[in-house]
Design a protein around this ligand. Structure first.
Ligand code: AQP
Length: 327
């Protein structure tokens, strides 16, 4: 049995990109491995957050984890800020990280581009992410393509620590879907779909109403042709919609091409909306029940207790090896 760890930032509403790239896999992995799934609220504050919105988003994402099928009796579901060892090992990892390594991170470049002022936490974000993973000595990390570079840095930091202070950390591996590791925006297929995008038309949120989903898809950008064909180079928009279709309808790309041969984009987009709605509607129903019952707080407390047991042990061992006087 492997150890699995992953998380999502409470920096907006979860999108179908987060669902396909990560959350769907969380649900599968909990059946096979020892899993730790958190909402990384400490990462969310690396960009400014309104306090009321942060609270709402954090509760919403944790509730969506459960509504999507995470079972607190199979996996530990918790908030990063409830397990103090994350912040502490995060600092230690920051001291082991080189400036040049952080400067190379494409996510930092994307998120800081054009901003007048950028918080230092956005820059050191990958060191905290390394701490998140190493605290649990996780072997498998279910992430979308955008997090691969951060995971490589985590491996470098694990190696660096092992070489300086003695073997302790295992090398975490990414666990990514074959298709859909990178779902792109509906309005611009050169950008990934992101929950913090200011343009709500660029993503489908997991909590979008069916009518909103239909509308967003009918407006999704496509090329001027009419052939439903998977060709990411020449038809990036349609190929992106096909990846989404493939996940929600559980059909191969070849099957989708065959189904819409000679029909143009209209029927394809309409049926895609119905496939998404049929997967999301039961999740939304369960979500509403969870939110009104208040059960999520008990689940998060249990998850944080389980997580802290492992995380505190790792932190203690790290501190001993580095020469801290431990209490
Ligand atoms: N577009 C995407 N396609 C596939 N997977 C994706 N993920 C994110 N976007 C896509 C995966 O979802 C998980 C959540 O990651 P995160 O919340 O830590 O932040 P992120 O990767 O930066 O995701 P977002 O939605 O773009 O958030 P913001 O807008 O706050 O930066 C990760 O496993 C990620 O790979």
């Amino acid at each position: 049995m492997k150890r699995v760890l992953s998380g999502m930032q409470s920096s907006g509403q979860l999108t179908i990109g987060n669902y396909i790239g990560a959350l769907r896999n969380f649900v599968k992995l909990q059946e096979l491995h020892r899993c730790y799934f958190m909402v990384v609220d400490m990462h969310a504050i690396t960009v400014p957050q309104d306090p009321a919105a942060l609270r709402e988003q954090t509760e919403s994402i944790a509730s969506l984890y459960i509504a999507s099928g995470l079972d607190p009796n199979k996996a530990s579901v918790f908030l990063q800020s409830h397990v103090h060892a994350h912040a502490e090992l995060g600092w230690i990892m920051t001291t082991l990280t080189h400036m040049g390594e952080l400067e190379r991170m494409t996510q930092f470049k994307d998120k800081s581009e054009g901003k007048e002022s950028v918080g230092a936490g956005l820059f050191t974000y990958p060191s905290l992410m390394a701490a998140d993973i190493l605290l649990y000595n996780a072997d498998l990390i279910p992430v979308g393509d955008d997090q691969k570079q951060h995971l490589e840095l985590t491996r470098d930091l694990a190696n660096r620590f092992n070489n300086r202070f003695g073997d302790m950390f295992v090398m975490p591996q990414p666990y990514m879907p074959e298709v859909g590791a990178r779902i792109m925006s509906l309005d611009d297929a050169s950008k990934k779909m992101s929950k913090s995008s200011p343009n709500a038309g660029s993503y489908i949120a997991m909590l979008d109403e069916p009518a909103v989903i239909r509308k967003k898809l009918s407006r999704a950008v496509t090329d001027s042709g009419r052939e439903v064909k998977y060709d990411p180079q020449n038809k990036p928009e349609v190929s992106n919609l096909m990846s989404i279709y493939s996940h929600f309808a559980d059909m191969s790309l070849a099957e989708i091409e065959a189904r819409y041969e000679g029909q143009g984009y209209g029927p394809f987009k309409k049926e895609l909306a119905e496939h998404i709605v049929s997967v999301l509607e039961p999740i939304q129903q369960r979500y509403r029940e969870i939110r009104s019952s208040g059960e999520i707080f008990e689940i998060l407390k249990k998850g944080a207790d389980e997580a802290a047991e492992v995380a505190n042990q790792t932190l203690l061992e790290v501190k001993k090896r580095m020469g801290f006087i431990v209490r």
